[in-house]
Design a protein around this ligand. Structure first.
Ligand code: ZN
Length: 244
């Protein structure tokens, strides 16, 4: 799934955005932090999906945040999130190491972002909207002009407006991101490759959704990627139901 984990560093402090995903990858991330002698001072989950609310005991006990809506959902869904991880939902496998009780216990333990500027590396600002998931937050690092986009602006995944099934909310979410994308030197999708041309990513998503809504067959290379034919079929059904 080409999942990204983001480590924002200032001096020997770091905060983590969506550390993920499989146990061996979380172990490797902890090794990488140790190798650079970084102390984790916070964590941000962009939304309440199972591959975005993870943690490792070796990251320590720093506070972890999400938007207030996503935090409430993550806490309410902890059992479901853990079950999805153990099942390997959305993934080819669950990796070579098991989900230990400690890793599972750390899933979803986020609190609402207090809103005031936090003294975290990169001075993150949450850009909250309801595209892809309720209370989804992109993380804007204004000093370095980086937008960590969560499950948006991907080069491998089509737009995923499936929670709720709401294309209008997704388009509004893209509009909410647009001024940040325009200023960003780099956008980092939750799945896919970082890009120095966020505007092209945003335009591709709008083009795809606009074509769907206009009843045209979208010409989008992401449709050939694993799992995306199913996504496209689901969105097509959504648009048809909307027009019925
Ligand atoms: Zn997601």
């Amino acid at each position: 799934m080409t999942t990204t984990s983001t480590v924002v560093v200032r001096g020997n402090e770091a905060h983590l955005v969506d550390p993920a995903w499989h146990p061996d990858e979380l172990d490797a991330l902890a090794d990488g932090l140790d190798a650079r002698a970084l102390r984790v001072v916070g964590g941000i989950a962009t939304h309440a999906h199972h591959d975005h609310v993870l943690w490792h005991p070796r990251f320590g006990s720093a506070p972890r945040w999400a938007s207030s809506r996503a935090a409430a959902l993550a806490l309410a869904r902890r059992d479901d999130l853990r079950a999805a991880l153990v099942r390997g939902e959305g993934s080819q496998d669950v990796g070579p190491r098991p989900w230990t009780p400690e890793l599972l216990d750390a899933v979803g333990r986020v609190q609402p972002w207090p809103g005031a500027p936090r003294s975290l590396p990169g001075d993150p600002e949450l850009v909250v909207h309801d595209a892809h998931a309720p209370g989804h937050a992109a993380v804007w690092l204004g000093g370095s002009r980086i937008l960590v986009a969560g499950d948006m602006l991907s080069d491998v995944e089509l737009p995923l407006p499936l929670e709720p099934d709401d294309l209008a909310a997704y388009l509004e979410g893209l509009d909410r991101l647009a001024p940040y994308v325009a200023r960003a030197d780099v956008v980092v999708p939750g799945h896919g490759r970082p890009s120095s041309d966020g505007t092209a990513r945003l335009d591709a998503d709008r083009r795809y959704l606009d074509a769907l809504l206009a009843g045209r067959d979208p010409d989008d290379p992401r449709r050939a990627n694993p799992g995306m034919a199913e996504v496209h079929a689901a969105l097509l059904a959504l648009v048809r139901a909307r027009g019925a």
